[in-house]
Design a protein around this ligand. Sequence first.
Ligand SMILES: [Zn+2]
Length: 371
Amino acid sequence: MIAKSQKRVVGAFIAVIGALFTATASPAMGQSRSDRVIVVTLDGVRWREIFGGADRRLITGGDGGTADTAFTLARFWRGDLALRRRALFPFLWGTVVERGLLLGDSTRGSAVRVTNGMRFSYPGYNELFVGAPDDRVDSNDQVPNPNVSVLEWLQRRPAFAGSVEIFGSWDVFPSIFNVDRSGLPVNGHGLPFPTPTTERERMANQMTEWLPTHWRAARLDAPTMAGALEALRVRRPRILTVLLGETDEWAHERRYDLYLDAARRSDAFIQALWETAQSLPEYRGRTSLIIATDHGRGAGRDWTDHGREVPAAERIWMAIMGPAVTLTGVRADQPATQSQFAATIAKLVGEDWQSARVGVAPAVRISDERR
Ligand SMILES: [Zn+2]
């Protein structure tokens, strides 16, 4: 009896291993499939911190406005560059750069440039998600965007209908994605769960009400993170977009310590999203991740600022990983623009935004394949 059941168990075990081997073997044979994407933006995070980690000159009470320099040095300052940037962005440097690509290192010929000339948020998000700059988009006012974003276009395609969700920390996002026209679900302010149905959702709403209200138009990122992570776990959209904002808010307040803290929490959240996705059958092995920012910031004492009068805010960065991404590491001699973000999102789910729209920038090159 024992021997027979053991034999059956061994047989089942071999069958499972065989199935697993078949499942994992196909991507290696060049049929890697990416039909889901997680899109994350970190508002106003400089390429300097992405590539260089914390800036020692700003861990000060003066230009940096850092409240507790000893604490901030202990958290984020390391003499060694590799250790320093990893202390700030452990998931980006430990996983994304290993498996995917990172663009934006101006010292290696791979600058990523904002082309809208305005270098602030609404024009930046418009350029990121539409794929081209637009002079008409020239304020952060809650004006419905005249342009169709790649997310609106994707949601109108049968494969993605009802499977696109957007979470942000700013009350202008419903206008940027023109929710009245697009019908896109955008949770950008207030409670993360407007109609809670579970205990987790009620608790997240309660926590949101207990958190401080610092800014008129932006909420803290924690409710945004809770809403997005729960959407991933429960509704499992094919395209999930998360637009985090605290980094920009703390920078404007000249609080370099809190800017770094927000950046570090953003990295931890992206890791949580990614690891949760990999634990779910709908996402495992077929999901890509793309990360960028809406604008850069000043390089010196004006690190707090961005806009038309701050040329350094033109420089940004972009990170991409997924089953179809074969270029890896910090890219050299691969310049790009903010406009290329939109077509790259589409490409990561097997769609062609550039062919669908006149004037849209091409996707970023993510593999060695020749077209
Ligand atoms: Zn700003």
